[in-house]
Design a protein around this ligand. Structure first.
Ligand code: GRF
Length: 190
């Protein structure tokens, strides 16, 4: 069974969805670590509550990105982590982690990539007047929300819905798609 580390910076609803999916057997893997770059982020308490170890480190307390990622790499190695899952990790992954985990870092992004990369993707899609948006799960490379797509699902934007309503539906789709896409990546069916 593959050993996962989840990286997150904020609320952690996708982190929790993954924890639930493991518990319910929809994701055949084990989560051994939460890596968080924002001390005080709500996801840290969620991990503690779920009994998952946390590694919290603010990048600005390190001399360089390589030092920051090197400190993470040490913990990943100690725990024998196979695959890294970015679940709202608001930071570009650098060469230290990319070289240590080639094609083994997975991200979720709330848009139909390559549309609306970066921050506030749901809001920007909503305000653009497009009739549809969606969720993408992809492998991470050195770019922002680039890298090969593993799974993508479309969500129509309803003519009478508010941004908040769309956000709620988007997060529900994320929580369902993310574990399913990771499971398919780990154990592709023939
Ligand atoms: C999600 O919308 C995810 O797609 C994006 O950041 C958000 C994180 O939300 N990358 P949460 O912390 O999982 O609730």
């Amino acid at each position: 069974m593959k050993r996962l580390a989840v990286f997150a910076s904020g609320t952690g609803s996708n982190f929790l969805a993954l924890v639930e999916a493991v518990k319910e057997g929809r994701l055949n893997a084990s989560i051994h670590l939460l890596v968080c770059d924002r001390p005080g982020a709500p996801v840290i308490e969620k991990a503690k509550h779920a009994g998952i170890e946390t590694f919290v480190a603010a990048p600005k307390t390190f001399h360089s990105k390589a030092d920051y990622e090197g400190s993470i790499l040490k913990v990943l190695a100690e725990k024998g982590i196979d695959v890294l899952i970015l679940a709202g990790y608001m930071r570009l992954v650098g060469s230290t982690l990319l070289e240590a985990y080639p094609s083994k870092i997975i991200n979720i992004h709330p848009s139909l990539l390559p549309e609306f990369t970066g921050l506030d993707a749901i809001k920007r899609a909503y305000e653009s007047g497009t009739k549809k948006t969606g969720v993408t799960v992809h492998l991470v490379d050195e770019g922002m929300d680039t890298g090969p797509v593993l799974a993508q699902e479309t969500l129509p934007i309803l003519s009478d819905e508010t941004l908040e309503e769309l956000e709620t539906r988007m997060h529900a789709l994320e929580h369902e798609l993310f574990p399913r896409a990771i499971q398919a990546f780990l154990e592709p069916s023939l």
